[in-house]
Design a protein. Structure first.
Length: 159
């Protein structure tokens, strides 16, 4: 299975880049994984609704251009379904059994994800009702992917 994590923006903090690098290294023996970044649009300081929608639309277009038609898309969305780590592992395992070879996880920018991206998603996944910085969400997703593959293979991982 080829897993692509499609993100808005670049990692700015060294500690997040180090954590991402570490989990990518750990995941190397479990899956082919690629991080793809698209440009983050600048949100105006006023936060006007129309301006936010314009930013979401532009970022959404950049994201959708990167997703092949035959891909299974998981949009990270606070309003999505919440799974336990074991359920997430089962989800990944079942996708593989169903022959899904291209899996895309999509992480929006600070304004979230455009409706067009959410509509394209095969699944909307939430890690919490909390709002996390989109850059930190990458590391959280990578950790959960690593944990899921350990569960799938029956390997030890701390609880």
């Amino acid at each position: 299975m080829q897993i692509t994590i499609l993100c808005v923006g670049k990692l700015k903090e060294d500690f997040l880049r180090l954590a991402q690098r570490e989990y990518l290294k750990r995941l190397h023996s479990y899956a082919r994984l690629e991080m793809v970044e698209v440009r983050e649009e600048i949100l105006p300081p006023t936060g006007e609704r129309n301006a936010v929608e314009t930013v979401l639309k532009k970022e959404g277009e950049h994201l959708l251009q990167r997703i092949p038609d035959n891909s299974y898309v998981v949009a990270l969305d606070r309003e999505g379904v919440m799974l336990t780590s074991e359920e997430f592992a089962d989800f990944l395992h079942n996708l593989g059994l169903q022959g899904q070879s291209k899996l895309y996880f999509v992480i929006g920018g600070s304004a979230g994800l455009a409706r067009t991206v959410l509509d394209r998603a095969s699944m909307r996944l939430s890690f919490s009702k909390f709002t996390f910085p989109h850059q930190l969400m990458r590391v959280i997703l990578l950790e959960q992917l690593y944990r899921a593959f350990k569960i799938i293979r029956g390997e030890k991982y701390h609880r």
